[in-house]
Design a protein around this ligand. Sequence first.
Ligand code: ZN
Length: 241
Amino acid sequence: MTASDFLNVWEEGLDRLPYERALAILESACPELSREQVRELSIGQRDGLLLALQASTFGPELTALSTCPRCRTAVEVAVEVAQLKQAATLSSLSGTESTAIIVRDGREFQVRRPNSSDLAAADGMEPEQAASKILARCVTSEGVRVDATKLSAETVEQLTEKMAALDPQAECVLEVACAACESSWLERLDIVAFLWSELDAWAKRTLREVHALASAYGWTETEVLSLSASRRQVYLAMVNT
Ligand SMILES: [Zn+2]
């Protein structure tokens, strides 16, 4: 993706929900996939691709923030993106098992992995209602979608666990330790929010650079953005002296 592509995606995503931002980023980053194919990536596949994009754009290591649950110290945790991602290339997307059969109480359920269309269908719902909606869309029995509210709690739990097991990349967890009190805990990494915050900071920094160079040299935004990052930095250094 070029600097212009990133700025367009950033602008498009400003007033959007997280799942829509993720779709906008991937539609731009993966032109070989149609809009429909991007929406049908499982959440784990989506997050695997976003992790790969995070690494190729902002570097192989990411630094997340957490707060110690015991002493409330703010803790930074640095981790190699390669340790977090599994299904991160387009060619690996088709090779993973995407559905499973579960038999419970004499009934057979077919389970598939949730995707962005499922998140869109649950948009605006309370968490519990959203979970039921997503389950109902991802589980069928004898070819018909199930009504999650009519299943026992144990069945819902088992079906939910199976959906998660089919899509392990959807749950990205960091091990964090506190140097102050020696506690350790697990922190969930929300790659959509993380990548968006990196993109947001980058976009604002880049627009400031465009402003400085356009003001100094009379170049257009397109002309400034077409400079390589290193050339842009050299000109900025000259403008700032
Ligand atoms: Zn602590």
